[in-house]
Design a protein around this ligand. Structure first.
Ligand code: BQZ
Length: 694
């Protein structure tokens, strides 16, 4: 009693906040509700069988010029022979504008750059939809945004059907029969097994997007070839339907084994580095299962792709897809993608950097604007991730190791999260109803989100400083920066490197905001700004203290990349991987998260799943597993001449919009077609050849 009165009196007397005399960390609370932001259009929810099926049709068609210039001249077999016995058939009733016509181009602009075509050895092609369109996968998830909840499960794709054994431990998958790579080589189980055995299971290789055994249940999971078109999985746990999501883009997209195998170290004298780099971007006509094949590459300028003559999908009238004969990827910047899509010199963008929103909205609102904007739900989110490895991941020096020890301390993470003014941070990107305070963890507005399970430590710089005082982190040399305790890193100033991706203004702006806010906490945060690919390499190898990170699908849908929700394997997690001794030094709450995620995958009971994700959210946010920064909606910018763009297509949910809109069904009505083709009436040539043939 008297203590409090004295404190009050003393406080009033000395004009300091009475709180600072008996400060405690702000009471955790639940986050404020995000400001209303209705998505501008809603999907028409359907069942999987309303979208597609696999069946033989009475007749097939192709662009007339293909018949005239290629089939009649003997350069290509007739289209019927180029298609599987039962091609994938897209149903007209699910096509917003019905059966399409051939012709025209989709002009993408991207901010990445191609390293080469060896996607399954970990090479990036520059993102922005180029890999999504080339590398087809066992199942498909992008279009699931339009699938009704009671039927939600990954779409068949290269795997056309599957069934579980009675005990749920085996999954038999049937591959599409008679499909061919774009150079005519048969697609079959050999391609699947080469990907699985010599890439996912090979510890020397990590396919792009990081597929590892942990995505499929760990080392105990087995995959075997039954015959050319049948594979069989064997899992420890019964009915792990989760893994069907992992068999989609990102984690199970086989490569052309007939081209790759001879270069793989297991079958050649190549090193792994030589194998990974054996197919540079200059290698034209790279065989794909996707709708378009790279036929021209001009560094820092453009990649041009032409229609795949063996593409294994048709519409209900038997027209071989895609409708679009050509696709471009202009090699520029992500910000320029927005500008060009709005101006009409590009055709597509995921408006995902809030700095561009006001101008894009202004330009897009004009009746004569070449493109339309379609805002979706708040599925873009950023978080500040701390490297939580204490046993050597990324080979830290003494300073970095000392930072990691702080990262592993809950009071330190609480201090950091309470020193972030999220309202100010969001408004620094864009004013208006777009950004929302994001505490970290699962996103508000998504299936498994539960507000009451979400712990939010509000902005409170006094309490934050008191926490660091309590950790004995004093500014011993009076230069405004706290010092490590004596005996740690020589008692030097606490300097923390912050990794951020310079490909995006948003990443850079958020990182600069964090740097400024940490100054008030007496921490010197030093920006480490890296271009996309370099950033990816640094974070994947653990060479960072902190990083500003745009979150991936698992925080939106949970059912995808589920294994990545916690360090469920040594090389799975974004900010905690195994140290040099191969072990994961998990903190107790991390082990709890791992157990929750593993339990989630093991059950199909929807109520149990919901309860598990409430626990996940509680453990994640009360321990400040990562420091949420901001969450906001994106908008699809698409040129108005395109037809068959599904209503309510989000720029990011189960995948990016480049997958969600099903580009192989998109077309341009004849009267709106433009003359953008750079290689009209040509087709891909021989793999490694010098370009398209006419
Ligand atoms: C969308 C996407 C399609 C990767 C990439 C890029 C990489 C990350 C992420 C996005 C780009 C676009 O995102 O920003 O709008 O077109 O490509 O793949 O950020 O650096 O590693 O995860 O998807």
């Amino acid at each position: 009693m008297y203590g409090k009165l004295f404190a009050l009196g003393a406080g009033l007397l000395f004009g300091t906040s009475v709180l600072c005399l008996e400060v405690r960390a702000s009471e955790p609370t639940t986050p404020p509700d995000p400001p209303e932001f209705p998505a501008q259009s809603e999907p028409v929810f359907v069942g999987v069988s309303d979208i597609l099926e696999y069946r033989a049709l009475p007749e097939y068609h192709e662009p007339e010029w293909v018949t005239e210039k290629f089939v009649k001249t003997g350069k290509l077999p007739p289209v019927k022979e180029r298609l599987p016995k039962e091609p994938l058939v897209y149903k007209a009733a699910n096509m917003p504008d019905g059966i399409g016509v051939y012709g025209d181009v989709m002009r993408h602009v991207i901010g990445g750059r191609p390293e080469g075509w060896n996607y399954i050895a970990g090479q990036s092609q520059g993102w922005g939809g180029i890999d999504i369109g080339m590398m087809e996968c066992l199942t498909r998830t992008g279009p699931l945004f339009m699938v009704k909840a009671e039927e939600l499960q990954p779409l068949p794709n290269l795997a056309k059907s599957w069934e579980w054994s009675d005990d749920g431990h085996q999954l038999t998958m049937h591959l599409i029969e008679g499909a061919k790579w774009s150079d005519g080589d048969p697609f079959d189980a050999e391609d699947v097994m080469f990907y699985w055995e010599d890439h996912v299971l090979d510890p020397n290789l990590t396919p792009l997007n990081g597929a590892s055994p942990a995505n499929f249940g760990g080392e105990s999971t087995k995959l075997e070839k039954i015959d050319n078109y049948t594979i069989r999985w064997t899992f420890d746990t019964p009915f792990p339907t989760e893994y069907l999501y992992q068999m989609a883009y990102g984690n199970f997209c086989p490569g052309p084994s007939h081209i790759l195998k001879p270069k793989h170290p297991k079958y050649s004298d190549n090193t792994y580095e030589e194998y990974k780099n054996a197919f540079p971007p200059e290698f034209m006509n790279w065989p794909v299962m996707g709708a378009w094949v790279p036929v021209e590459y001009r560094p820092d300028d453009i990649i041009v792709l032409r229609r795949n003559p063996y593409y294994w999908k048709v519409d209900e009238e038997g027209n071989q897809l895609p409708y679009l004969d050509e696709v471009h990827y202009r090699l520029s910047t992500w910000a320029d993608r927005d500008v060009q899509a709005v101006a009409g010199s590009g055709d597509f963008s995921n408006l995902e950097q809030p700095e561009s929103y006001v101008e894009a909205l202004r330009r897009g609102s004009d009746e004569s604007a070449p493109a339309r904007l379609q805002f979706g739900p708040r599925t873009i989110g950023y978080t500040l991730q701390m490297n939580l490895s204490g046993n050597g991941w990324g080979d830290p020096d003494e300073r970095a190791q000392a930072v990691r020890e702080l990262n592993r301390n809950l009071d330190f993470r609480k201090a950091v999260t309470m020193a972030i003014d999220r309202q100010r941070l969001g408004e620094s990107l864009v004013r208006g109803p777009f950004t929302a305070i994001y505490p970290g963890g699962l996103y508000a507005g998504t299936t498994y989100y539960d507000k009451e399970s979400t712990v939010y430590y509000p902005y409170d710089i006094e309490a934050a400083n008191a926490l660091l005082d309590g950790l004995g982190l004093k500014d011993t040399d009076g230069n405004g920066v706290r010092n490590f305790p004596e005996g740690t890193a020589g008692g030097r100033d606490i300097e923390i490197t912050l990794l951020a991706n310079t490909d995006y203004n948003t990443d850079r702006n958020l990182a600069e905001g964090v740097v400024n806010m940490m100054q008030e906490l007496g921490l010197r945060v030093i920006l480490n700004l890296q271009q996309g690919t370099a950033r990816d390499d640094l974070y994947q190898s653990g060479r960072f203290d902190w990083q500003v990170f745009r979150q991936t699908a698992e925080m939106v849908t949970v059912v995808q990349n589920t294994a990545m929700l916690a360090p469920t394997g040594p090389q799975v997690h974004q900010f905690h991987r195994a140290g040099s001794d191969g072990t994961l030094d998990l903190l107790p709450f991390e082990q709890e998260l791992v157990d929750i995620v593993n339990a989630f995958v093991r059950t199909q009971d929807l109520n149990e799943r919901a309860e598990l994700m409430k626990r996940y959210q509680k453990v994640y946010t009360e321990n400040v597993y990562s420091v949420g920064l901001t969450q906001y909606p994106g908008a699809l910018i698409i040129n108005k001449r395109f037809a068959n763009i599904p209503a309510g297509a989000p720029i990011y949910m189960y995948n990016w919009a480049e997958d969600n809109i099903i580009r192989e069904r998109v077309y341009v009505p004849k009267d709106k077609q433009q003359d953008y083709e750079l290689h009209p009436q040509s087709l891909p040539g021989e793999p490694g050849g010098d370009g398209p043939i006419t």
